[in-house]
Each structure stands twice: as structure tokens, then as C-alpha cells.
Design a protein around this ligand. Sequence first.
Ligand SMILES: *[C@@H]1O[C@H](CO)[C@@H](O)[C@H](O)[C@H]1NC(C)=O
Ligand SMILES: *[C@@H]1O[C@H](CO)[C@@H](O)[C@H](O)[C@H]1NC(C)=O
Length: 620
Amino acid sequence: MTVDLFVTAIVGLAVLLFLLFLRNPYFLKDVSFAVTALHVAIRMNRFKKQKPFYSILDCFLDKASRQGHKTFIVFEDRSYTYSQADKESNKMARALSTHAHLKRGDTVALFLGNEPQFVWTWLALAKLGCTASLLNYNIRSKSLLHCFSCCEAKMLVAGADLQGAVEEVLPTLSQQGVRVFILSEDCNVEGIESLSDKVQQASDQPLSPQLRANVQMNSPALYIYTSGTTGLPKAAVINHERLWMSSFLLSFAGVHASDIIYIYLPLYHSAGFLMGLCGAIEKGLTVVLRRKFSASHFWSDCRRYNVTVIQYIGEIMRYLCNTPKKDNDRDHKVRLAVGNGIRADTWTEFLQRFGDIRICECYGATEGNCGFVNYVGKIGAIGKEHFLQKMGYPYVLIRYDTEKEEPVKDSRGFCIKVPRGETGLLVSKIGKRTPFIGYAKNKQQTEKKKLRDVFVKGDLYFNSGDLLKIDNEGFVFFQDRIGDTFRWKGENVATTEVADYLLMVDCIEEVNVYGVKVPGHEGRIGMAALKLKENIDFDSKATYQQVKRYLPTYARPRFIRIKENLSVTGTFKQIKAKLAEEGFNPAVIRDPLYYLEDNEGYIPMTEEIFKSIAEGRIRL
Ligand SMILES: *[C@@H]1O[C@H](CO)[C@@H](O)[C@H](O)[C@H]1NC(C)=O
Ligand SMILES: *[C@@H]1O[C@H](CO)[C@@H](O)[C@H](O)[C@H]1NC(C)=O
């Protein structure tokens, strides 16, 4: 009798599931997403209550004791087990605490490329109860100093290969009493101390958990730099809650403990560090770490190390598709790619060429309080809405005026929600469960990312700065980015920062920097409209020297347009949208145009160059 009832119930349930499946082809994936979400929510809840606080470091230490012999990091010709990594970071922590007299709560800036020492140093700082600030290793001089001072770091740890860049700013750092350590065995520059020799002599015995007893869920775990969508680079405060949430993204993407992940994206960004490295620790994965991306080594690395999961940004997927076809293109074990910004055409081409790899697009800003995951693999979408997510993270798309660069208001002065299928600005409610922590020591920029009185008086939203579209099935599509930054090669470029450097060139009177779209490329490439000083010619050489000296490659304006006047709005805001739309076609634009040729400098733009770019013969 009871068995019959049981069978009936099972059959009934199966029929119900089948009917739901017919109505919604994504039903099973929706359910699986919900299960992961609930699982994560339960774990987060437990972490919040646990005393003493359970951080990602504790998770790493658990892995080191439970699976000490498992390979944690493979780098070039070496590999390190979880247990070795633990010991290496103990030595680093002891060296730092003895020679740099670090106290808990101190902030230390890391200026390092992707290498195992990056990981040891971060773990060491966590063991000492200190916070790491992850500097972008492409930045130099003024920008480097600016970023360094954002989070009041007491100390700088730099990679041996970056000594030159450190020496450039050393006088200022010394003046501020900052201790500078370099990861080499000796250093004869006054003011820079060697660290590797001290690490070698240090003991690898564990450090007392007492040292980090002050760390709580809402303590800063890291500072990660972002241009956000406005102004100069800012240090986004990543607290432990945020770090945990980001590290669960790999679970949402369907990564298993037996996977091997390939990390070549810079560890100073949230994709490589939070989602990649911290995600790997959370799951106990093996990480194949690479100094930087190489299209020619990508698949051979994946084959050699049995990589099963890769991370990507859209540009990388296109570079991979642009490499010459090979017979062994499908000979690899990669089953999943997690990342952001792949275009629909590249996506299709990638699958056709490299085989059955599940691509999981994710969307979210380093400092944002809202994100999406395209867990069903719908080509072209950056995410799919899920009712659980909507309950936990209230977000809305609001109507936005791209000419005036502000949200459209109704007669009562409130924002207007766009109907499904229309493009709008993503804003997400700031609340207890969805906080916006903001930027270190930068109240003004933190405030700038907040929108008040959006739908009712007194409400508060985070302004993502991104224009999105959500279709009838709940798929989310990226449309554009607004504000003072644009994205190129996976990096945010702050237009104001580029403009500041250009204004230092003698011949330049006024500057307007913006991003322009290039056929076949993700994001926007840098362009600057210049107004020259009266009766002075454009000094292409000086301009090139300046951008080369101060700006990383991705931020250098690729095109320059000389204008008699730069138009401003009534409130003297520069008008970028119109210039960006006009682009860089010399057949259309009457003003003098220049093109930045690699390793050459600014040369006059020609229709020939324009054609080559449009047809993909010149790669930008
Ligand atoms: C990769 O997998 C193959 C077959 O499973 C195995 O023989 C080989 O040792 C693995 N390579 C590495 C680097 O683990
Ligand atoms: C440019 O601006 C100056 C000062 O505002 C004005 O005198 C001049 O007529 C303008 N030139 C053009 C071509 O608009």
C-alpha cells in the first residue's frame, strides 16, 4: 500500500517535472542553479556565525592538512603541493614579521606578476592578520604612487623584474617612510631591501592563529584596483564576505574538486584572484599558473597539464580563434570556460573549432553588489535571471539618456524602469545583504556610484555604469558602458587619467578622451580629441613620448583627432558620446587624424590604414 503510494508519488513528480520542462526548456538547469544557490547560502550563513571566523585562509589550511600531497600550483617547470605552499607562506610570513615588523591590521601593497610568490605573499599576509593591496604591475610613476597611497600601505613588496619601476618612485616612497622589499636575494639600491634571502633563512613552522584573531567577516581582506566607471583607479575594498561570495562563482559554473584550472589572467584583478585563485582554494583544485597569456602556448599548456577549466575574457577567446588552425585543435581535456565578455560570433566559432567546451559567462563588477551567471550557456548572453537571485539581490534596468549622460526622470523626478527587451542602466539596491562597500579613502567616488531617490524618496541603489538588456526568457545581454571609462583588452581605462597625462604635453591646450568601437573587437579603443595651443603645431613625437612613458599599452590613445574647439555641455561637461560615435574614419572626419603605430609613434591616419583595420589586417 505505502509502496504503491510511493510509486504514484514518484510518477506524479516525474510527470510534473516533465510538464514544467516542456514549458521551460531550462527547467533542470534552473533547478540545479537553485540547489547551488541554496547550498552557498547555507554555507555563508554558517561562516557568518562561526567563531572564530572562518576565512579563505582557514579553508586553505584545511585543504593543506586534508590533501597536503595534492598539487596546488604548477608554474613553469615546478609544482607545489598544498602542504608545500603552506610552508612557503609560513616562511614568508616569518620573514615579513621579523624584518618588516608587520603588525596585524597593516596593509601591504603587492607589486608582482603572476608567480607562486604572489600566492605565498598573500597567504603570509593573511596569516599575519594583514591586508594585501594588489597593484596592477603595468602602472608606473604617478599612477603607481596614486594607487599605492589609496589604501595607506606601510610597505611595498615588489617582484625582481619590477625593480626599475620601483626605483622611479623610490624617492617619494622613502620620503613617506614606506619600507620597500624586493623578491630577490640581494639588492644594492639604497632604500630597497632584499626579501628572498630572508625568506630562505626563515622557519616554516605554522604561525599562531592568534595573530589573525582580529579578522571578521566584514574586515577588509584585500584591495583590488578598478577604474570603476568614473575617475582615476580606486582601491575597491574586498571584505571577507565579498571574497567568499566571489570564490563560490566556480561552483555556480559547475567546477568539481577534481578539475585543473588554468590561470593566466593577472592576479591583481578580481577575475584571476577572487574567482580563479580563491575559487580554486575553496574547491581544493590544482592551479596551473602562467605569467601571462600566450596564444601559441595556450593549448599546449592545456594538454601538458591536463587542464579541464579555463578562465577567459572576450579578447582572449578571439585571439585563440585567430591563431592558425591545427589538426590537434580538439585534442585537450578542457570542458569548461568561465569568464566574461565573449561576443556571440566568437563564441560560435570557438565551439566549432575547439570542440565541446561549456562556456559560462559571468557578469559583475569588482566593487559591485550584483552579478549574473549564464548557467545555461545561451550564446551571446552574459547571464540569466533567476527568481532566487531576484529575491536576494534586487536589481532594475532604468531608462538612460546617452546624450545627456544621465538617467531619464518621470514627471515626479523618479527613474523609469524599462520594459523587457529594452536597453537600460543596471542599478541594484544597496541593502544589508547587498552592501556596496566602496573605495578605500575615497568617499567622493564611493558616493558617485550611488543613486538616491530612484523610485521613492530615500532609496539607495548602486549604479553599475553598464547598459544591459533582458529578454523575455530572462537572458541578460551587455549593450555598452557609460561614464568616464571604457574597457579595452580586459582593462578599464579612465579617460580623466589619460587626459591628465596628455595635458602635460606642451602643444596641447585641451583634451577629451573617449573610447571608440572597432569592427571585430570587444570594448572600445582609446581616442583623444585635442585642442592645440594657439599657433602651435601638433608635436606627434612629444605626445608619443609622453603616452609611452606614463601609460600602459592598453590605455594609450590609438587615434588622435585635432579639433579647433572641444564642445562642452551647459555645465562644462565634455561631450564624449558624439565624438565616440563619429569614430576615426578619415573619409568622414574632416579634422586632422593621427594613428599610433606600434613602436613608431603617431603618424597621419590614412584611408589605407582605416581599411586595414576594418578588414582585420591590422590587429589592434
Ligand atoms: C595527464 O593525464 C594523463 C592520462 O590521464 C596522465 O598519464 C598524465 O600523467 C597526466 N599529466 C599530468 C601532468 O598530470
Ligand atoms: C572656438 O571657441 C572660441 C572661444 O570660445 C571662439 O572665440 C571661437 O570662435 C570658436 N571657434 C570655432 C571654430 O567654433
